[in-house]
Design a protein around this ligand. Structure first.
Ligand SMILES: C[S@@+](CC[C@H](N)C(=O)[O-])C[C@H]1O[C@@H](n2cnc3c(N)ncnc32)[C@H](O)[C@@H]1O
Length: 298
């Protein structure tokens, strides 16, 4: 976790970066999770069926690194919360899946992103959606009020991931599911890269190590934790300009990956029970050229 001053600086740099990203999308420039242009991380993450039911602008606004709505079965009538909802693509997809008796919330701290999401909501013509302003470290919803927490390429950006995971646990009902796409580190990332602000706002420096992710989820009270790596990439493929990075950044190549992270809030919970539940880390279906097999990206 970053110290308080660092945390405030990280949050502000992230906000400025994604405010600019929202403005670029509004002026017709294709987005990407990490860099300024469409990159390997954000390419081809939604299937044709998903894209077909959304306004084009919502698809263009996608800045994710996976498709969290494909990770889990969403049921009629459920309440879904998307942490760091950006232009709203995963909120709109969730709203369709939970139907008119369900509801989908998007939470984001960046005004420009919230404005973009509201425009996309209007174009999609959905009513069972609300976009909330706030930080994912301090979710403005009551305890035990949602069935599913999703997120797409956001938790890596947070300065205090442990707090994010604890607050996600708080708002989930017992038995609720956590289904997140995120950038993770699978192996040591050089300290110089970890400390680089450009690499942080570009989704790399803040990527949690896979083992640390599972530990923080377990500490927060989650059970059935699993991390599945779906796509590996180099620092340059993530859209960052190597010229802006510190010496030695090359040692981070191949350590950074997109992953599906799943967990549940136990239905009958005690912290001890959650802590003793199995943890799974899967590294199948991955190739290092940015393309994954086994249909995990389709
Ligand atoms: C990489 S974009 C992903 C957007 C969206 N999930 C998608 O898939 O298109 C990151 C988003 O998370 C938001 N964000 C980052 N850190 C946040 C935080 N601590 N609290 C709330 N929102 C945050 C940014 O404003 C931005 O909209």
């Amino acid at each position: 976790m970053a110290d308080t001053q660092n945390a405030a600086e990280i949050t502000e740099r992230v906000r400025v970066r994604y405010a600019a990203a929202a403005r670029r999308v509004q002026t017709g420039v294709t987005g990407s999770c990490c860099g300024d242009e469409k990159d390997v991380v954000s390419a081809d993450i939604y299937g044709a069926d998903d894209v077909a039911v959304l306004p084009e602008e919502a698809v263009v606004a996608s800045l994710g690194c996976g498709n969290p709505t494909a990770l889990i079965d969403l049921h009629e009538g459920e309440t879904v919360l998307d942490l760091g909802s950006g232009g709203g693509i995963d909120v709109l997809l969730s709203a369709r899946r939970v139907g008119p008796t369900g509801f989908a919330y998007g939470l984001d701290m960046t005004d420009e992103m919230l404005a973009l999401a509201q425009e996309n909501k209007a174009k999609a013509g959905v009513t069972n959606v609300a976009f909330l302003k706030g930080r994912i470290e301090d979710i403005p919803l009551p305890a035990k009020s949602v069935d599913v927490v999703i997120s797409n390429c956001v938790i890596n950006l947070a300065a205090d991931k442990s707090q994010v995971l604890r607050d996600a646990f708080r708002v989930l009902r017992p038995g609720g599911r956590f289904a997140v796409s995120d950038v993770v580190a699978d192996g040591p990332v050089p300290d110089a890269l970890r400390q680089n602000m450009e690499a942080w706002v570009g989704c790399l420096a803040g990527a949690l190590d896979v083992d640390e992710y599972t530990r923080l989820l377990t500490d927060a009270g989650f059970a059935d934790v699993s991390v599945t790596i779906t796509r590996r990439y180099t620092v340059a493929e993530a859209g960052l300009d190597p010229a802006t990075l510190p010496e030695g950044w090359q040692a981070g190549d191949g350590k950074l990956a997109s992953a599906f992270v799943r967990a549940t809030r136990p239905a009958n919970e005690t912290r001890e029970k959650a802590a003793s539940s199995p943890v799974m880390v899967l590294r199948e279906n991955v190739s290092s050229d940015g393309c994954c097999g086994g249909g995990c990206c389709s």
